[in-house]
Design a protein around this ligand. Structure first.
Ligand SMILES: C[S@@+](CC[C@H](N)C(=O)[O-])C[C@H]1O[C@@H](n2cnc3c(N)ncnc32)[C@H](O)[C@@H]1O
Length: 250
């Protein structure tokens, strides 16, 4: 699956935050390493239009205080937060299939934000709100403990070189944070197509005392997660895909 690995390839040269690339000294030594590198991706005209026309309605500003999600969605419904929705296709499919749930999509890559806004407009989806910000800070600051029905982390950047593994999202500090934001019984669903990252996820999630594995090891792909185009191609080529479905112990 040709997922973007910020640690590889020429696209990396186009980073708009060059000082934060993994091979150079980090400018903020006192701050943790980020799980992403901002890329200067090209914004399509449809994405730009969606940002202008739909951004004011569906894009929420980051704030360092708890958000009023009932006001943001104009209703009270179980909420699912997704970290790194990419171009948002799976997010839109899931939100369309589950109008009973509200979805908080968090992504730093602007073309992806524009693409999901476009999907929202074209499909008339009312149950998605987007934050274009670091999901770690959103979780820390804007999401109250025990308030989420679910969290989705689909195909996070694998940071496949060993020296970059510290940038991977699924590590004990973030998993503890995620578990704390889930309601008792809430679900954490991760998926990856990188074998060693899948093993790391299984280990780290399994070691979190607040989480329980709902499967014996890896889970079959839950019906809720649509098969993506890239994933289908990867499967055809014989690549593996691993789903992990944990729940917050009460
Ligand atoms: C490999 S892509 C996968 C995208 C999508 N989930 C999919 O399956 O196609 C990982 C995405 O996570 C985003 N990302 C990584 N760390 C993030 C963070 N801390 N906050 C928000 N987005 C993040 C990246 O910008 C990238 O778009």
């Amino acid at each position: 699956m040709p997922i973007h690995d910020p640690s590889a390839g020429a696209a990396h040269q186009a980073d708009i935050a060059p000082a934060a690339t993994p091979t150079e000294p980090h400018p903020h030594r006192d701050r943790p390493l980020r799980s992403f590198v901002l890329r200067a991706g090209r914004l399509g005209s449809g994405q730009a239009r969606a940002l202008t026309e739909l951004g004011p309605r569906y894009l929420l500003p980051y704030q360092p205080t708890a958000a009023d999600w009932d006001a943001a969605f104009a209703r009270q419904a179980p909420r699912v937060l997704e970290i790194g929705f990419g171009m948002g296709q799976a997010t839109a499919d899931i939100a369309a299939a589950r109008p009973d749930l509200d979805f908080i999509g968090v992504e730093v890559h602007q073309p992806g934000v524009g693409a999901l806004l476009r999907e929202i407009g074209e499909r008339g989806l009312t149950n998605i709100r987007i934050l274009q910000h670091d999901a770690v800070q959103v979780l820390e600051q804007m999401v109250l403990p025990a308030s989420l029905a679910g969290v989705h982390v689909f195909f996070p950047d694998p940071w496949h070189k060993k020296r970059h593994h510290k940038r991977r999202l699924i590590q004990p500090p973030l998993v503890d944070l995620l578990a704390s934001r889930l309601q008792p019984g809430g679900w954490l669903h991760c998926a990856t197509d990188w074998d060693d990252y899948a093993q790391q996820m299984l280990q780290v999630l399994g070691d979190c005392p607040a989480l329980t594995n709902t499967a014996a090891g890896f889970a079959p792909r839950p019906a809720m997660r649509p098969l993506t185009k890239f994933e289908a191609r990867g499967l055809k080529l014989g690549h593996g895909v691993w789903d992990l479905l944990f729940s917050r112990s009460s």
